[in-house]
Write a protein that binds this ligand. Structure first.
Ligand code: DOR
Ligand code: ZN
Ligand code: ZN
Length: 361
């Protein structure tokens, strides 16, 4: 196949660890990893230290991103019991309101149903709400969103029971969208033995082969592919208390291209889920003159030795992937080419509604 030219990819679910965890990743290392993976716009998660739940903490991340990000960016605000009254005022500065409803990495964990409902009632209906919700929690979230007459986005769907209730809700007209990660499509509990316990820790956990098959079977109900890039160092993954998460920015697109080569997904279906749907769901601006060039047949092996991310490891070590980004162009400027970056820290722009006027210029 000849070189492919595709629009810059959009990843609505990325952990970049600023503020507070820069040794794992910062806005520069993380957004460079994004460019190398063909991603030109990242929406970053609020489970940092401190968590991003108010104006001051949000400003820490905004400043760091403005100084260091090399691709375009938006920040999701974290929902907490303390910010039910203030989250709506911050909506113009953020790309969405994120709920952690099941246990995962970091301090943000919201369990009380009344708090959830209060947030759903107050946050502007035309701004995105997204949830880390697993198993039965998905049903609770769908009901709360439905009662408020608003849409909700379910992050990293990994299990059969989750994709099936989302499918059935969609078929009845309930406003729900969802994302699936490449690691849940390509890894399962069958891989834990060879990966090792610590290195296979991720939330949601790797699911059973039956769950994995259900995701593939229901791909038409999957709106987006997100990386859930969650960098932790190998020393941490191999410790006695391994944090959950996989790096994904550099491998996700190639894994989804693998699905195209395997005949499980069309190229149009890939672009829909990695560009158009995230732009629509998260109400993101067009990125003018922004594209990636891909050698669809180049065979390469992801490896700890060649990651741009500070995580310096990958659960796909040794896999043979076919198809790789060879060039990334952001607003008319070549910013990445075959392992080399030519971009100033801070070149990325904020996609938040409040910054939209600057975005176009
Ligand atoms: O595995 C995960 N890691 N799942 C999450 O929800 C959070 C993430 C992280 O921040 O490390
Ligand atoms: Zn999550
Ligand atoms: Zn996440």
């Amino acid at each position: 196949m000849p070189t492919l030219r595709l629009p810059g990819l959009i990843d609505p679910h990325v952990h970049l660890r600023e503020p507070g965890g820069e040794y794992k990743e910062d806005f520069e290392s993380g957004t460079k990893a994004a460019l190398a993976g063909g991603i030109t716009l990242v929406l970053v998660m609020p489970n940092t230290r401190p968590p991003l739940i108010d104006s001051d903490s949000l400003a820490l991340a905004e400043t760091a991103a403005a100084q260091r990000a090399v691709c375009d960016w938006g920040i999701h605000l974290g929902a907490s019991p303390e910010n039910t009254l203030t989250a709506a005022d911050l909506a113009p500065r953020v790309s969405g309101l994120k709920f952690y409803l099941d246990a995962t990495f970091g301090p943000l964990h919201l369990q009380d149903l009344r708090t959830l409902r209060e947030h759903f009632a107050r946050f502007p209906k035309d701004r995105p709400i997204l949830c880390h919700a697993e198993g039965r929690t998905v049903a609770a979230v769908l009901m709360c969103a439905h009662l408020e007459g608003r849409s909700v986005h379910i992050c990293h769907v990994s299990r059969q029971e989750e994709i099936e209730i989302i499918r059935d809700a969609k078929m009845r007209g309930i406003q729900v969208t969802c994302e699936v990660c490449a690691h849940h499509l390509y890894l399962s509990t069958d891989d834990i033995a060879h990966l090792g316990e610590g290195r296979s820790e991720v939330r949601p956990r790797l699911a059973s082969p039956a769950d994995q098959a259900a995701l593939w079977r229901n791909l038409e109900f999957v709106d987006c592919f997100a990386t859930d890039h969650a960098p932790h160092l190998l020393s941490e993954k191999d410790s006695s208390n391994p944090p959950p998460g996989f790096p994904g920015l550099e491998t996700s697109f190639a894994l989804m291209l693998r699905a195209v080569h395997e005949g499980r997904l069309t190229l149009e279906g890939l672009v829909e889920r990695m560009v158009h749907a995230p732009r629509r769901i998260f109400d993101l601006p067009e990125q003018p003159d922004t594209w990636i060039e891909v050698d669809p047949d180049l065979v390469w092996q992801p490896s700890a030795h060649n990651t741009v991310s500070r995580a310096r490891w990958t659960p796909f070590e040794g896999w043979k992937l076919r198809g790789r980004v060879i060039r990334t162009v952001l607003r008319g400027k070549e910013v990445y080419q075959q392992g080399m970056f030519q971009v100033q820290p801070g070149a990325g722009r904020n996609v938040a509604p409040i910054a939209r006027r600057d975005f176009a210029t």
